[in-house]
Design a binder for this molecule. Structure first.
Ligand code: FES
Length: 110
């Protein structure tokens, strides 16, 4: 098993460095396993948006290793104000070594 680490910024601005992300997990699964407040109510099916995060400068890398499919695009479209250029549903972001050290900011709840 391989793993990388990402830095996570919580909704209150707290930054947690070196959060482990294992290669069999989506980014959402890594965040929930590490007890971040991600509800993931749809269980990773790109339909609830409760796993929404901002990927900052890592967005481009994530978008090339895990392209945004139609289902995710539809859900992101409904987010209006909270959707940014670097928004992703983290359940759709697959592990990639190139995302090592990425800065992941948890999006506001609604
Ligand atoms: S867990 Fe529901 S959209 Fe990602």
């Amino acid at each position: 098993m391989s793993s990388i680490t990402v830095n996570v910024i919580d909704r209150d601005g707290t930054r947690t460095p070196d959060v482990e992300w294992n290669d069999h997990e989506s980014l959402m699964e890594a965040l929930t396993r590490n007890k971040f407040p991600i509800l993931a109510t749809c269980g990773g099916n790109a339909s609830c948006s409760t796993c929404h995060c901002y990927l900052g400068s890592a967005a481009e890398t994530a978008n090339s290793s895990s392209p945004i499919e139609d289902e995710e695009e539809d859900v992101l479209d409904m987010l209006d104000d909270t959707r940014h250029d670097d928004s992703r549903l983290t359940c759709q972001v697959e592990w990639s070594e190139e995302l090592n050290g990425a800065e992941v900011t948890i999006a506001p709840e609604w």
